[in-house]
Design a protein around this ligand. Structure first.
Ligand SMILES: Cc1cc2nc3c(=O)[nH]c(=O)nc-3n(C[C@H](O)[C@H](O)[C@H](O)COP(=O)(O)OP(=O)(O)OC[C@H]3O[C@@H](n4cnc5c(N)ncnc54)[C@H](O)[C@@H]3O)c2cc1C
Length: 418
């Protein structure tokens, strides 16, 4: 259920493995939150701004014939955090670590002491506590908090490390030092390049849909799920669909509605998961700075959470910058008039960048990103009936790459079970 990137890539990988499947999507277009719009000659992303080049993404791009469409960010692009009236560079390399004014020398020395820090013995740690314990308060407040909180639009003090940082906790348990692991990763080539498509991110879900359209049914909302003969019956406006297994890729509140009859206890738990609202404002500005953009320290008096410099990542996106507002700090901002949201984004961008800007458009998401906050304890002890699977950005990784990887792994398990 669902033809966002998870459902579409799952369908693609099932087809590649010869497993019969059907994918139902409520909306008239494939892609879920991956939504691209063209306005005044600009390609604008309402949802994800980019993905990362990985082996899985490169293989999909080639198999779908999308190579001529690909646009890539150049090399290691810098990222900034704004506070105290300035943009300050995040130290991803030793050279930037030495020169950045994001940390005092005291803060830098504390960060360097990370390999000496003991492993955690508690499972109740928040994301903020985890980063403070390992890297010190200054590194947390000045860049780890803004970067990590920025991904989810959430307050790291309210996020449980065991849900939001499961991979880092595993790395800590296995290797001891996250800093030494990061340095080893950097010596092997570091972070992979940012990637998108000339006509925008939605090119990928549209191509996945076109490659498999006989199995993907758009404008087909699943209204309810019932158990029958060891499998499940999905009710849609066009009739019933009988399936052996069911994979749900929808938002948590939508999954809760669908599971109400077959798994009432799981439905109650999923309905408790909280999402952060976000306003996405596209700005046009002559500001030209190579880089990914910036996040903002939590104590700054502003409504913007962070800004992606689309123009700084991709030469093809000249003039475009995307500002994100709302999240845990100002959830109500999305309820205000669009003109006011745009005006706040423009004014704060001009203050922080020192360059003029004009608003191209405003988009509001009432349920943007799963918050991974205290409400995630609802997942403790979550049990699903046999042959129902959740493949979602609230039970696993939130990024587009993580969604594709989970779909691929699940397709392998379903093929083995078939
Ligand atoms: C504003 C924003 C910015 C982001 N930025 C980035 C980024 O820069 N990089 C990155 O990697 N990730 C980013 N993400 C995260 C990433 O885009 C998402 O986690 C991912 O795209 C989710 O895909 P999905 O297929 O799991 O879910 P969704 O995209 O939510 O798809 C679920 C689908 O299920 C359908 N559905 C719901 N109910 C039913 C029903 N009853 N019957 C049938 N269909 C139904 C919906 O219509 C939808 O199409 C961003 C997300 C947002 C919102």
């Amino acid at each position: 259920m669902g033809a966002g990137i998870t459902g579409l890539s799952l369908a693609y990988y099932l087809r590649a493995r010869g497993v019969p499947h059907i994918c139902c999507e409520a909306s008239a277009e494939p892609g879920g939150v991956i939504r691209t719009r063209e306005l005044d000659g600009h390609v604008l992303e309402l949802g994800p701004q980019r993905l990362r080049r990985s082996a899985a993404v490169a293989a999909l791009v080639d198999a779908l014939g999308l190579r001529p469409e690909v646009i890539e960010g150049t090399g290691e692009l810098p990222l900034y955090v704004y506070f105290g009236g300035r943009l300050r560079e995040v130290p991803f390399t030793i050279a930037t670590f030495l020169r950045t004014d994001l940390l005092t020398w005291r803060g830098k020395l504390r960060l360097l002491a990370e390999p000496l820090v003991k492993r955690s013995s508690t499972s109740a740690e928040s994301v903020a506590d985890f980063f403070i314990r390992r890297f010190g308060r200054e590194a947390y407040e000045n860049f780890l908090g803004p970067l990590f909180g920025g991904i989810y639009g959430s307050d790291p003090r309210a996020m449980h490390a065991r849900y939001a940082l499961a991979r880092l906790l595993a790395l800590e348990a296995h290797s001891g030092s996250l800093l030494l692991s990061a340095l080893r990763m950097a010596s092997r080539g570091g972070f992979s390049a940012a990637l998108s498509f000339r006509r925008g991110m939605q090119v990928l879900p549209r191509a996945l849909y076109e490659a498999n359209r006989e199995n993907i049914h758009l404008e087909t909302t699943v209204r309810s799920v019932r158990a029958r003969h060891g499998g499940y019956v999905l009710a849609t406006a066009a009739g019933e669909i009988e399936v052996e297994r069911l994979v749900i890729t929808t938002r948590a509140d939508q999954a809760a509605d669908l599971l109400r009859e077959v798994a009432p206890e799981a439905a109650t738990r999923l309905a408790r998961l909280h999402y952060n609202p976000l306003a996405v404002v596209h700005l046009h500005s002559p500001a030209r700075r190579p880089g990914l953009g910036y996040q903002i320290r939590a104590d700054e008096d502003c409504r913007t959470l962070g800004v992606t410099w689309n123009a700084g990542i991709f030469a093809e996106r000249a003039g475009v910058h995307t500002s994100f507002l709302g999240g845990w700090k100002h959830p109500d901002i999305v309820n205000g008039p669009e003109a006011r949201i745009g005006e706040i984004a423009r004014a704060e961008f001009e203050t922080m960048m020192g360059e003029p800007a004009r608003v191209i458009q405003v988009h509001r998401w009432t349920h943007a990103i799963p918050a991974h906050d205290q409400s995630w304890t609802a997942l403790d002890g979550l049990e699903l009936p046999a042959r129902i699977h959740l493949a979602t950005n609230y039970t696993s990784g939130v990024g587009v790459n993580a969604r594709i990887d989970e779909a691929n792994a699940l397709a392998g398990r379903l093929a083995d079970a078939a």
